[in-house]
Design a binder for this molecule. Structure first.
Ligand code: SF4
Length: 865
């Protein structure tokens, strides 16, 4: 049976498992690292075949596509032949269903082929860069560059020119220590802000000989920037050196983990995935497994089985101790960024590098922070601390290594630093002491032991008390989702578990501090055996020890305040995380009341110049709001403000309909409204929810009904496929609709016909968590909530009109939408309160039906001009 996307097909048919000859697996083998939308249309387009019209033709297409792909194996011009023979052999031994037909078409190579790891290029060490020259780009140079980027003779855009000129201030030489040149720039959608800042940034990088970090919150914008950077450096060879995309290390393939998986570490389907990932690894641009050129759908075909184990999630990298260190994708990206003109990163990575970059000399000093309205969210996660069972067991594994039946290449601290132990007695003793102290941390089976009332060791006993305290107080225990309570007014028995936990963690911190000190002195003493690789390995160990020490110190500080007075800078709470009623983690959490404070200290203060920009920086209010949201107010630094309104005709091309006759909480009514509105717009709808539970309930009621009308419906949290691919599938079919939650509200960029209607299930109130309650109390009560809701509405509305010729309707299903929140929408946008029946009539008129199904290629991620 030939299938296209077995898990998705199985899910639609109601089968738990469905197997067969999946076209996607064959495509991944034949054309690794190539983009393809995993639908019949996408497959046909990728292979240059006729796009099928209807399901019958789609079924025939699978046959033709299989024949086309298999015939490529025999084509002498097939570009991805190298490595295929060996890979097909391994896949045959794993009983991959395609292996027999693939193998019979492959001819044995005359010479033995280079094995993947020898095929990959090595990165080269380069001399450190001198500090950038203190220059400021001239206005004329910037405007000329902007003309080059937009294309000479392009439509004159005064807003974009003004924006580019205002952004120059962020590139002026810094005049005072700890006082960066700050620019807050709000540029309405359609101004063309990305080219607006790329112009001064690239001129400065060229003239000063420095690097500019451009940071985004969403992967969609990161991808768009990478595409647009081609305008600055049209020559791909030059661009590869000058522009580097960087993500967190957990995004990249770890070659050591892959080698382990290929050599028996993985079994069954996970081993097939490892083989297909190895095919991709030989052809990838940068080794980025999440949002890079590994098709997002590939791991989901294997139910994500094993994909995360191929990245370096647990921080177990052994750096120069790794045989693949000189070919490692992570190391290559990190080195390349030190030499680049422009580094395209994300907010989290910028914060990590600002906090830890001293070790790598990679501190971002000239920054453009796009999607600046999300800085506080990114800082909130980055500067938080959590002493939970999962975090503690990770630390134990990192120190102790494999225990019991666990296998794989993981090694403990003692094994990783064996040469240090044999050389340095004190260091060796400290390593042994750390391994001994780590036995007090939770071990495998901790959740079960706690649930059964038999926790083992001081930390498990503390976590059991946390769990008891949460269940004693939390509401909505039947809902099956996470539970939490404030870390205040704790019971005597709970407080009694804190002291032993403190003693245990302190006993672990001490030897880790000693090891760090010993490693530093070995670097200073430079014994004979300390060659380049050993030095790099010890430097890596010092860095990763440092992060663990920081985590332990944060845990000690959180624990020691339990039972005492609260620290006004922080919000602490206890939580039991649950997924559909199943407990997955238990612990103590700490967030900053105002996370922009550590952000300002760590990222802004050391920088020389920072442009913070967004389409909604002020959130419809004044600049004080923008300064609060971005942490700028914590600095004593000159701040320039710039704003330019969107040139789009919102009044003429969009409308907001507030549907007032849908009762809150009435799922059948809600589902009926979604189905009728989607049908009225003929698809092309993005449906947004604030709760996964309601999203699933609505999807279950309407998917069949819409499918009968040939209106495909995709859904996050329902379809077994990653969000990026769902958006690709939605973008590629103007009759498709997509349901989702927060990530779609912020990260979907679908210009053109495919997105004509956005429906929100209600006013997006913030969740009433302990953290939210504390921030609300500290920030003006209900006006704080209003600010959050307005920002969310503005983001959701912002999905609708991405280009001047876009049109669409925003429908909010809410009987009680307060008028004060309407300022979230762009000035002039018509807003009407209507019944559902009236809304249907309006949607039919406003969301014009798509033209005949487009057959042209719509590959890639289109940029906003
Ligand atoms: S250097 Fe580290 S991340 Fe890179 S391949 Fe080796 S172990 Fe993996």
């Amino acid at each position: 049976m030939i299938l296209l996307n077995a898990p998705l097909t199985g899910e639609r048919l109601g089968y738990p498992e469905l197997s067969g000859l999946d076209m996607l697996e064959l495509f991944a083998f034949v054309h690794p690292a190539q983009f393809m939308v995993p639908t019949p249309k996408g497959l046909a387009t990728a292979l240059g075949l006729a796009v099928p019209d209807g399901d019958e033709e789609a079924a025939q297409l699978l046959h033709h596509a299989a024949a086309a792909l298999l015939s490529r194996l025999e084509d002498p011009a097939w570009a991805e032949r190298e490595g295929a023979w060996a890979s097909a052999g391994s896949l045959g031994r794993l009983r991959w269903p395609w292996a027999p037909v693939v193998t019979e078409r492959l001819s044995k190579p005359e010479q033995s082929q280079r094995w993947l790891f020898s095929r990959l290029p090595e990165w080269q060490e380069a001399a450190s860069r001198p500090p950038p020259h203190p220059v400021m780009p001239g206005r004329e140079a910037v405007l000329n560059r902007l003309d080059e980027l937009t294309g000479h003779g392009a439509e004159e855009r005064p807003g974009q020119r003004d924006y580019a000129l205002a952004a120059i201030e962020a590139f002026a030489p810094r005049q005072r220590r700890d006082s960066p040149n700050l620019v807050l720039g709000e540029a309405g959608t359609g101004i063309g802000k990305t080219l607006g800042y790329l112009a001064p940034a690239s001129v400065w990088a060229e003239q000063a000989g420095g690097v500019v970090w451009i940071s985004t919150f969403t992967k969609a914008l990161q991808r768009q920037l990478n595409t647009e950077s081609a305008r600055i450096f049209p020559d791909p060879m030059q661009r590869a050196v000058k522009v580097v995309v960087r993500k967190g290390r957990e995004n990249y393939l770890c070659l050591l983990n892959l080698e382990d998986a290929l050599q028996g570490g993985f079994a069954g389907r996970a081993a097939v995935l490892a083989q297909l990932v190895a095919r991709w690894a030989a052809y990838t641009r940068d080794g980025d497994m999440i949002g890079g050129d590994l098709p997002g759908w590939l791991p989901t075909l294997f139910r994500r089985n094993g994909a995360t184990a191929l990245t370096d999630r647990r921080g177990e990298c052994v750096y120069a101790g790794c045989p693949h260190y000189r070919k490692c994708f992570i190391e290559r990206a990190s080195r390349a960024s030190a030499q680049a003109d422009i580094v395209i990163a994300n907010h989290a990575l910028v914060m990590v590098n600002a906090a830890r970059g001293r070790e790598t000399g990679n501190i971002p000093l000239r920054l453009v922070l796009d999607e600046g309205h999300h800085l506080a969210d990114a800082a909130d996660s980055m500067f938080a601390a959590a002493l939970t069972g999962q975090e503690a067991i990770e630390l134990r594994r990192w120190i102790v290594g494999p225990e019991g039946k666990s296998r794989g290449r993981r090694r403990g601290l003692a094994a990783r630093l064996a040469d240090v132990s044999s050389y340095d007695q004190d260091g060796g003793a400290a390593i042994a002491a750390a391994a001994h102290a780590a036995m007090a941390l939770p071990a495998e089976g901790w959740l079960q032991r706690i649930a059964e009332g038999s926790p083992f060791g001081p930390i498990e006993i503390f976590l059991a008390a946390v769990r008891g305290q949460v269940y004693a107080r939390a509401d909505a225990q039947d809902a099956g989702y996470g539970l939490e309570t404030e870390a205040a007014g704790l019971s005597g028995p709970t407080i009694a578990t804190v002291e032993p936990a403190l003693i245990a963690l302190d006993a672990l911190l001490r030897p880790l501090v000693t090891i760090g000190r010993r490693l530093e002195s070995i670097l200073e003493e430079a014994p004979d055996w300390l060659d380049g690789p050993a030095r790099a390995r010890i430097e890596g160990a010092i860095a990763s020890l440092g992060w663990r020490r920081d985590a332990l110190s944060a845990w000690l500080s959180m624990l020691s305040r339990l039972g005492g007075p609260a620290d006004p800078d922080f919000v602490d709470w206890l939580a039991v995380d649950r997924i559909e009623g199943r407990e997955v983690d238990i612990g103590l959490h700490r967030h900053w009341l105002d996370p922009t404070r550590p952000f300002a200290q760590t990222v802004l203060k050391p920088a020389h110049g920072v442009l913070i920009t967004s389409a909604t920086l002020r959130n419809g209010e004044d600049w004080t709001t923008a300064e609060d949201r971005t942490g700028v107010r914590h600095l004593d630094a000159p701040t320039h403000h710039f704003a330019s309104a969107s040139p789009f005709d919102y009044a003429g091309r969009s409308a907001v309909l507030i549907v007032t006759d849908i009762k809150r909480g009435d799922i059948p009514q809600l589902a009926g409204a979604y189905a009728r509105l989607i049908a009225a717009a003929d698809g092309g709808t993005l449906g947004l929810f604030t709760a996964i539970r309601r999203l699933r309930a609505v999807h279950a009621r309407i998917a069949d009904r819409l499918a009968r009308d040939r209106l495909p419906l995709y859904a996050q949290h329902v379809d077994p496929i990653d969000t990026g691919t769902l958006v690709d599938m939605f973008r590629d079919d103007p009759r498709a609709s997509l349901l989702g939650t927060d990530a779609l509200r912020d990260g979907v960029d679908v210009p053109g016909e495919s997105l004509r209607q956005v429906i929100m299930e209600g006013v997006p109130w913030p969740k009433p968590t302990v953290l939210h309650a504390a921030r609300k109390a500290a920030n003006g009560g209900s006006s704080y909530d209003d600010r959050i809701i307005r920002a969310r509405l503005a983001q959701a509305f912002g999905r609708l009109i991405r280009r001047a010729d876009d049109r669409g309707v925003f429908v909010l299903l809410s009987a009680a939408m307060p008028s004060r929140l309407l300022s979230a929408f762009p000035p002039g946008t018509p807003v009407e309160r209507v019944t559902l029946d009236e809304a249907i009539v309006r949607v039919k008129a406003l969301a014009s039906p798509p033209p005949a199904l487009s057959t042209g290629p719509q590959l890639g991620h289109h940029a906003i001009p």
